[in-house]
Write a protein that binds this ligand. Sequence first.
Ligand code: UD1
Ligand code: CA
Length: 489
Amino acid sequence: MADNIDQSLAVVILAAGQGTRMKSSLPKVLHRIGGRSLVGHVLASAAGLDPAHTLVVVRHERDLVAAEVAVADPAAVVVDQDEVPGTGRAVEVALDRLPDFAGDVLVLSGDVPLLDAATLTQLVAGHRASGAAVTLMTAVVADPNGYGRVIRGADGSVDRIVEQKDATDDEAAVGEINAGVYVFRAQALRTHLPRIGTDNAQAEKYLTDVAGLVRRAGDRVAASVVDDVTVTYGVNDRAQLSGVGRLLNARTVRRWQLEGATIIDPATTWIDVTATLAPDVTVLPNTHILRATAIAEGAVVGPDTSLVDCEVGERATVRRTDATLAVIGADATVGPFSYLRPGTYLAEGGKIGTFVETKNSTIGAGSKVPHLSYIGDTTIGTGVNLGAGAITANYDDLTKHRTEIGDEVHTGSHNVFVAPVRIGDGAKTGAGAVIRKDVPAGALALSVAPQRNVEGWVEKNRSGTRAADVAAHARSAQKAGDGPQGQEG
Ligand code: UD1
Ligand code: CA
């Protein structure tokens, strides 16, 4: 999108603070909601404006934050704040990196993740249309506690911002707050930031003081009052982290609903911002669709399902399943109670059923692993049916080996495949077989010793038990010839 770059826009993201109230060893802006770090969300919104420059100011745990910034937006420039504290100083060091820049500077906070590109675009456009030197985003809230207050003059225009800790009682009673999101003309920052001191309740260089100074210099400070206050919510502790995470999720769920997905229960459906849902997907309650998961048209997912980096094909159904890095083909069925580990590839029309675990395995078109199985490091052809309780013994205590099963293979119940081993096309195996040697195409493999019945064993060795009594009764009735005593299969 190099063509669309806004050459007169720079974005500065403030992310140097410690985030003490998180009580975390992880820097605050690296905590995640919706599958992305807080600063990652801010970078993604900023990128939507195609700014000529994006700078992220860091200090606390700077290497960790810088590494995340490099992943989230490789084009963003990381700027180190020095020991002078405060948001004003943070913007000042960022601006020092753009000595020739004369456009507008959009200032965002790394801990305010819900601001979307559309809202920010509007803010910048409004700023440019107004001719103001500064435009701040403000909101009127019921509880302004913790925020800077917007003080307006007699004519209703913005006069200055007062931090809560520096506010008089009258000022503290004002309900219009500074959201911490601003557009400045670069020149206004260059003129006024050097004049700001740290003579205030927090001994910090306040960015908010620029507003008052601009005003004293005879320039205009505009305010853009947002109607949806939630977009300005910041994260300062873990309760706010989950609150903001829920708001983001609600927004994501609604977006996919409007795109044509049926989502039965938004409250228990969690969708990362990086996942995609095609039209006519149905999501049942308590389902987590995470990271790069993509669900194709007509698929039904859930209930009680967690998909991480998975592909689900058209019309597939996935019930009560935990899957990571798995590909589920069109018309395939998975679950209930399936565990698909990385490298599972289930082709179209295939089935992974109840209490089945798979890993690093390909299951061909129309092939079924229906019940009680572990399938690891295995390639299964097409039209295969594995009997209940199939186990691939892929690990010999030293290394992993592969099991290869051809097309149209049907195996008996409770087989163990001791890898490395191959089963040829069309072969069959008996119940209970332990397959240690390759089975040629079309062969029937039997590995279990023939069954031997020791007649009368129970009466002889367990006399006096109820089993012996009923056995004796059955055997005498049989001798008398008054009924068949068949064996159950
Ligand atoms: C700031 C505003 C306040 C506003 C509020 C909105 C100031 C002085 N006050 O207060 O008017 O209502 O945001 O949320 O700006 N940061 C740095 N370097 C620093 C200090 C902070 O990069 O030296 C970063 C923080 O990591 C954070 C952002 O700036 O991302 C805001 O800092 P914070 O200390 O949270 O400011 P508030 O007290 O919330
Ligand atoms: Ca804050």
